[in-house]
Design a protein around this ligand. Structure first.
Ligand code: OOG
Ligand code: MG
Length: 289
């Protein structure tokens, strides 16, 4: 695995549109919380692999706008260190995931080049706090996705799809968070694998019916179909495109979008192996070392 190594693949370089992470949420004209301060704590937690308490519990005024600004500042620190923005990840787009995490609305995070892991490489557990893995469908875009985006327009803008694995590593103790906390924590993004087979959308009979079987050390522990993600994984990408457009950002050609967990997350353990078998898109084995 090369979790902090060079980006693989031709994902277009990008920077996050200018924003001032110090512009905090305001209550009655009083500055209540600074997104950069939140980002700084998350940066240290990630670097030192030491989980922290939830911001939402310390400050009831911590709102979603501030949380996304904190996320931008958190991700900007990676770009400043030489990584590139390669795309986005969706989170909590399936009931499986919302129930597992106790949060009931979707969110997005940003994917940078250092998060992309080489196929077949193990998860080095000493790089993470408490990693968990889950199956996803990833979209590589051939064209920009213009708002208002729909399932059809996302499919028209898609080059290929992959089976994928999202390595989650919440920077919060016990993987416990409110929506604002997890947004600031870049949707728990830790690492990503792409499966070995890329298919154009028109090569897949029905994008809602891509089955996924999850095995832990050989035993089947979960099964699901891709419709678990908002009824259709492209619906989740459309939601993201519309969300980004409302914020002055957009999905661009060359970007990679991880559309959200199809199955609930499974912990990765030393010596353990989690295998994800995707119907028509190959298998990804994730071993913990
Ligand atoms: C938050 C990120 C959720 C997904 O696919 O639902 C996510 C978490 O569960 O830690 O990546
Ligand atoms: Mg995920």
């Amino acid at each position: 695995m090369q979790p902090f190594g060079p980006c693989v693949g031709p994902y277009g370089a990008a920077t996050i549109p200018a924003c001032d992470p110090h512009r905090a949420g305001h209550a009655g004209g009083v500055q209540v919380i600074d997104p950069q301060d939140i980002a700084d704590e998350l940066i240290v937690a990630e670097r030192e692999r030491k989980a922290i308490g939830q911001f939402s519990e310390q400050d009831p005024d911590f709102d979603l706008d501030t949380a996304y600004r904190a996320q931008q500042a958190f991700v900007q620190s990676k770009l400043d260190a030489g990584e590139r923005l390669v795309g986005y990840k969706l989170g909590l787009t399936s009931r499986n995931k919302q129930v597992a995490m106790g949060v009931d609305s979707p969110l997005y995070g940003r994917v940078t080049s250092g998060m992309i892991c080489g196929y077949g490489e193990p998860v080095q557990l000493d790089r993470f706090i408490h990693p968990r893995v889950e199956s996803e469908i990833a979209f590589l875009l051939a064209r920009d996705v213009e708002p208002p985006a729909t399932v059809i327009s996302v499919l028209a803008a898609t080059d290929v799809i992959f089976g994928a694995v999202d390595i989650l590593d919440s920077r919060y103790e016990g993987f416990k968070f409110a929506l604002t906390d997890v947004v600031a924590d870049n949707a728990s993004a830790g690492g990503f694998y792409l499966g070995p087979i890329a298919r154009r959308p028109d090569e897949v009979a029905d994008l809602r019916l891509i089955g996924c079987v999850v095995r832990v050390s050989g035993d089947v522990v979960m099964t699901a179909a891709s419709a678990a993600v908002m009824g259709h994984p492209a619906a989740s990408v459309a939601w993201l495109a519309n969300q980004l457009a409302a914020e002055g950002e957009g999905l661009k050609a060359g970007q990679l979008v991880f559309s959200g967990g199809v199955t609930a997350p499974v912990p990765v353990e030393t010596g353990g192996s989690v295998t994800f078998e995707f119907d028509g898109l190959g298998s990804i084995e994730v071993a913990g070392v």
